[in-house]
Every structure is written in structure tokens, then in C-alpha cells.
Design a binder for this molecule. Structure first.
Ligand SMILES: Nc1ncnc2c1ncn2[C@@H]1O[C@H](COP(=O)(O)OP(=O)(O)OP(=O)(O)O)[C@@H](O)[C@H]1O
Ligand SMILES: [Mg+2]
Length: 298
């Protein structure tokens, strides 16, 4: 493998680092989703996350990755299928029960979805909205224990000293850290992460993925992480699911991702010069042995 194990939380995950605490699982079964009367966007997608499992969801633009995360939260209503959080089907929940279930699904977004004119601290505390109620949060009357917890979370994500900064003064990586702290203050049982590194440079992307996966390990959280960047998915997610046109076309260990699977997920253009290609040994990263550059960056 060659790289520092500290940089490979996925590997530590694969090696079975155990985390104490309650175990929570998410099982998406035969999910069908369409927007209005449009074409189906998800056509029977199924993904089951075991407790503490970190799964990377890859697929071409438009494959339905974000839609799948939105459907799990029922921000878009599935036509059919089941979404089982610890065995409870979220598709059957009434509005009040759904609010509590959404709190248990911590969401981290590509564009951070922060309130830019508010401070870092205020943005983190909006994550308590699910349990304190809208008007209390809207008046920004935050409980002292929530403020204390927010200080601790901001320290954990590396933002100590920036509590009072306005979010529109932050870099992309710092905003993403605020988004992570905001998701954690909800006390989620599972993390849903949509393109957390899409607007970040490569080094910052690695730092953010390291932070997210380390926090999952520390807290025993399962996570479903949409990623455009295949090398990053492969590095940080022990298991990868490939979505193509709303269907799961690959589900297996990251080490099994090879050119044939990349073609299946992304189409032929994803892989260059297949003739004579030997593939790289399972579990290696950035090693040679390919004839042309592919989406793995090899
Ligand atoms: N609100 C919406 N209304 C109608 N169609 C939508 C809506 N959101 C997404 N779609 C369509 O659903 C399909 C899947 O979109 P989705 O955003 O889930 O893809 P994605 O895999 O997340 O893509 P990307 O990698 O570009 O983020 C696309 O064809 C898109 O145009
Ligand atoms: Mg998307």
C-alpha cells in the first residue's frame, strides 16, 4: 500500500477497528423515483449499509446519486421501495415521525448549504433545529449546552478561533468543516454526504475526506458518500456502489474497482487504451501497469 495508515482511514476501517456504541443501519430497497411525470431517475436501486460501514456512491453526472440521497430523506418522494433505518421504513412515516427520522440522517452537502451572512457558530447551531423547534432556532435562542457542544465540534473540525467569523469570509474547505460540524450537532445515526469535495482542491479534498471518515470511525457512524472523484472514493471508502442511469451496476470492495467496472459505471470513455491492459493489483493505489490514463487517474 505504501501510504501512511493515518491517511488511510478506509483501510483502518477494513481492518476492523471497532467502535463502541449503538449500531445503526440503513437499507434502501428497490427504490423507484421520478420527478413529476418525467422519466424514472431511480429504477429499483438497492443499497444496504451495515452499522459503521462507509460506502462510496459513484456514477456519471445525472446517474441519480443526489436524487438517491434526497429520496432517503424524503425530500423527493419515492414512487415505491423501502428505506429502512434500523428496520423502520421511512417511506411510511407521517410528518412528525419523519422530522425525527431526518434528524437521525446527518446531511453534508457539496455547496455546504450554509447561511452565508451568519457566523460559523450560528450556522453550526442551526443543526439543532430538528430537536429545538423552528421558532426557538429562528429567534436564535440556543441552549447553553448546545453552544458548549458546538465549541467542541468546531474544535474537532479544526475551526477553533473562527466561531464569530461570517461564513461568507471562509474558504471552501472551512465552509465544508462548518457543514460537518452542523451535521454532527444533530446527533445523526447515519451520514449522507453529497459530493463533499466537489469544489475543493486535491489536498483540501483529502483533508476533508480524512476528517469525515475519521469522525465516522470515532462515532461509529455508517455513511453513504457521493463522490465524483473515483481515486478519492477508492481511497476512503472500503465499499463502492456504482450507479448508472438509476440502477446499481456495481457493488463491491473498492479494491475490485478495475477498468471493466469503470466502463460499466461510466461508459467506454472513462478508460483509455484498453488493449493489453493488465489492471492493477487489488488494494494498491496509484500503482502502474496501465496503458492509458483512466478515471482512476492511473
Ligand atoms: N428537481 C428536479 N426536477 C426534475 N429533474 C431533476 C431534478 N433533480 C434532478 N433531476 C434529474 O434527475 C436526474 C438525476 O439527477 P441527480 O442530480 O440525482 O444526478 P447526480 O448523479 O447527482 O449527478 P451529478 O453527479 O451531476 O451531481 C438528472 O437527469 C436530472 O436532470
Ligand atoms: Mg449530484
Amino acid at each position: 500500500m505504501g501510504s501512511d495508515p493515518q491517511d488511510r482511514p478506509g483501510v483502518r476501517h477494513e481492518l476492523g477497528v471497532s467502535v463502541s456504541g449503538p449500531e445503526h443501519s440503513l437499507s434502501i430497497q428497490s427504490l423507484h423515483v421520478r420527478y413529476g411525470r418525467g422519466e424514472p431517475v431511480l429504477s429499483g436501486a438497492s443499497i444496504a449499509l451495515a452499522p459503521k460501514e462507509i460506502v462510496g456512491l459513484i456514477g456519471a453526472s445525472g446517474a441519480g446519486k443526489s436524487t438517491l440521497l434526497r429520496a432517503v430523506q424524503r425530500l423527493v418522494e419515492p414512487e415505491s421501495g423501502e428505506i429502512l433505518l434500523d428496520g423502520v421504513d421511512l417511506t411510511k412515516l407521517a410528518r412528525t415521525e419523519l422530522r425525527d427520522a431526518r434528524r437521525r440522517l446527518g446531511m453534508i452537502f457539496q455547496e455546504h448549504a450554509l447561511i452565508e451572512r451568519l457566523s460559523v457558530m450560528e450556522n453550526v447551531l442551526t443543526g439543532t433545529l430538528g430537536r429545538t423547534g423552528f421558532w426557538q432556532s429562528a429567534r436564535r435562542r440556543f441552549a447553553p449546552e448546545d453552544v458548549t457542544e458546538a465549541f467542541g465540534l468546531l474544535d474537532r473540525v479544526g475551526l477553533t478561533g473562527l466561531e464569530d467569523s461570517r461564513c461568507d469570509e471562509l474558504s471552501g474547505g472551512q465552509k465544508q468543516r462548518v457543514g460537518i460540524a452542523r451535521a454532527l450537532i444533530q446527533h445523526p445515526d447515519v451520514l449522507l454526504v453529497d459530493e463533499p469535495t466537489a469544489s475543493l482542491d486535491p489536498a483540501t479534498s483529502v483533508r476533508i475526506m480524512t476528517l469525515i471518515t475519521e469522525i465516522c470511525l470515532e462515532r461509529g457512524l455508517a455513511a453513504l458518500i457521493n463522490l465524483h472523484d473515483v481515486p478519492l472514493a477508492r481511497r476512503f471508502c472500503p465499499r463502492i456502489v456504482g450507479l448508472k442511469e438509476g440502477e446499481v451496476v456495481f457493488d463491491g470492495p473498492a479494491s475490485a474497482l478495475d477498468d471493466e467496472i469503470l466502463r460499466r459505471v461510466y461508459g467506454d470513455d472513462a478508460v483509455g487504451a484498453p488493449a493489453g491492459h493488465q489492471g492493477s493489483p487489488a488494494g494498491t493505489e496509484g500503482s502502474g501497469g496501465t496503458d492509458g490514463e483512466n478515471i482512476l487517474g492511473r
